[in-house]
Structures are given as C-alpha cells and as structure tokens.
Design a protein around this ligand. Sequence first.
Ligand SMILES: NC(=O)c1ccc[n+]([C@@H]2O[C@H](COP(=O)([O-])OP(=O)(O)OC[C@H]3O[C@@H](n4cnc5c(N)ncnc54)[C@H](OP(=O)(O)O)[C@@H]3O)[C@@H](O)[C@H]2O)c1
Length: 302
Amino acid sequence: MIWLIGSKGMLGTEIARQLELNNINYVGTDKEVDITNIENLENFVKSVKNIRWIINCSAYTAVDKAEEETELAQLLNETGVKNIALIAKKINSKLIHISTDYVFDGTSLIPYKETDKISPLGIYGITKAAGEKAVSEVLNEYYIIRTAWLYGYDGKNFVYTMLKLMNAKNEIKVVNDQFGSPTFTADLAYSILRIILCRGIDFDLPNPPEYGIYHCTNLGQISWFDFAKEIYKIGKENNLISSICNIMPCSTEEYPTKTKRPSYSVLNKDKIQKTLDFKLPYWNESLRIFLLSPLFKNEFLL
Ligand SMILES: NC(=O)c1ccc[n+]([C@@H]2O[C@H](COP(=O)([O-])OP(=O)(O)OC[C@H]3O[C@@H](n4cnc5c(N)ncnc54)[C@H](OP(=O)(O)O)[C@@H]3O)[C@@H](O)[C@H]2O)c1
C-alpha cells in the first residue's frame, strides 16, 4: 500500500491519477491529515494496514509569502516533514520526499549535481533544505527528489498564468536572466512511480535504485522569457490565445520579487536517468503535450 500525502496539490493530483491508471493500491490524504500534528499521522497509520511507501507532496510552496510567514513555512517544510519521517520509521515504510532547486544559490555555471553544496537564498529554500536534512537524519530508506519550475493540470502555475495574461494584455514582460528547466508533473510523477516499481511495491526486487537524493526535471535549460515565448507559440497555433501579445524580455532588477531567486538553477539529471534506465523528455515536448491534452483545464485561464 502507498500513502500519498498532499494528494490534492498540483503534483499529488497527478501522482494519484497515474497510480489509478496503473491500478496501484494507494490511499491519499491532504490537509485533513495535518502533517504538522504527529498525533494525526499516528492515528491515520493505525487505520491503514501495510503501508510500504509514503510519497510526500505536501509542502508550503508560496516562495514570496514565505518571507512573511516564516513560521508556517518552517512548520510545514521542516517540522511536518520530520513528523512524516518519524512515522515512516515507526511503521517501517520507505519515503519519497519532494524537494526543490531553490536549495541552491544559483552561482554555478553548470547544472547542479546531487552532491553539490546547497546554499538556499530565501525562507522557502531554507525550510525545504531543513526538510531534506530531517529526512536524512531520521531515515535510511528514503528518496529525496529535487525538482523545479513545476506545472501540471491541477494547480495554479506559470503556464496557466502566462496564457491568462497573454489573452488579457497586448504586451507582457518576462525575466530573461533566470535560467532553469521547466518540469511537467506527468513526467515527474512517472519518474516517481518508476522508482517504486523498480524497488518493488511490497517486496524488494533485485538491483533496486539506491536510496538518496535525485534530481528530476525535464531536459533542456531556458529562461522564463524563453518559456513564455514557447507557451505563446504553441498557444497561438492551437487557439488557446485569441489576440496578439508582445512578449518582452526584462531583467530581474526590473521585476523585483520579495525573495531573491537563484539566477541559474538547472539540475543535472544524469543520476536519475542512469539509475532508472530511461530518458526524461525535453521541456518543449512536454509543454506541447500539456497544452494539447484533454486534461488541460480552461477554468484556470478565467
Ligand atoms: N510548484 C513548483 O514550481 C515546485 C518547484 C520545485 C519543487 N516543488 C516541490 O514539489 C512539491 C509539490 O509541489 P506542488 O506545487 O504540487 O504543491 P501544492 O500544489 O502547493 O500542494 C501541496 C499540498 O499540500 C497541502 N497541505 C498544505 N498544508 C498541509 C498540511 N498541514 N498537511 C497536509 N497537507 C497540507 C496543500 O493544501 P492547500 O493547497 O489547501 O494548502 C496542497 O494540497 C513540494 O514539495 C514543492 O516544494 C514545487
């Protein structure tokens, strides 16, 4: 049995969808089983038998707001994660925990490897780094998956926001000096399921993927401006945008946010691809699939 925590979030929803499609037994919980209250978690595991895997997609994800809501961010991303790790240990379950490229400061000139030193710039990154530490201190049998620039069907994200703006305005400015790799939740969810299936749901299979940290995003590296241009191109070709909109590049200085973001947060994906013996799709291939899918939700454009 798999316990999916944060099952109503953007990534959680996609993992739930893929578990169902593959007829894999799971139980999903979200805010009703509050991760910040360990008694809630203890009571929950008493009611479900044979949990062998926990996938944690719950988190505090509001990067800018975290600067003001420091305690809440810490409570979810560190205390809550530690609670989950303690429960995993107690019931002898493996844990897959999701983390972020924002644990890095962006000063690298080449894609970050799992072994590179972390140095987060803001509260969100600091609390996510603390969550990673809590997992590695409590457990041996864990996977920490760092991802980045996530978008998917069920949740507010950059792609929906851009389409909405492109339909409403004649011109928009998008930063062209922050580089990363967009990630479609469907590709990340597939990678997570692959880890579980390669190790075995209920019993360990031979040669399982080693525990530890893995980086998983789509392939390729671009700026937010490049990302917006491609959204516009595919959106225009497929009648998702009805008017003309000029996409203009601007600098981070011109468009300041509360939190300093890494200017370069590309993650090196060699380890996960080699370990799981598969190739992640390029960001633009996945963006097209997302935009043309029947699961694409027009209501997010309203
Ligand atoms: N989104 C990105 O661009 C991005 C980039 C890199 C890494 N990540 C990481 O990827 C993971 C998934 O992100 P996401 O965008 O799918 O997040 P999300 O949509 O914000 O989902 C998080 C879920 O956790 C729930 N939650 C909040 N407080 C909780 C609590 N106390 N107990 C149980 N559940 C609670 C949220 O409920 P409410 O919505 O009702 O609060 C939400 O359903 C996170 O670990 C995030 O840090 C995301």
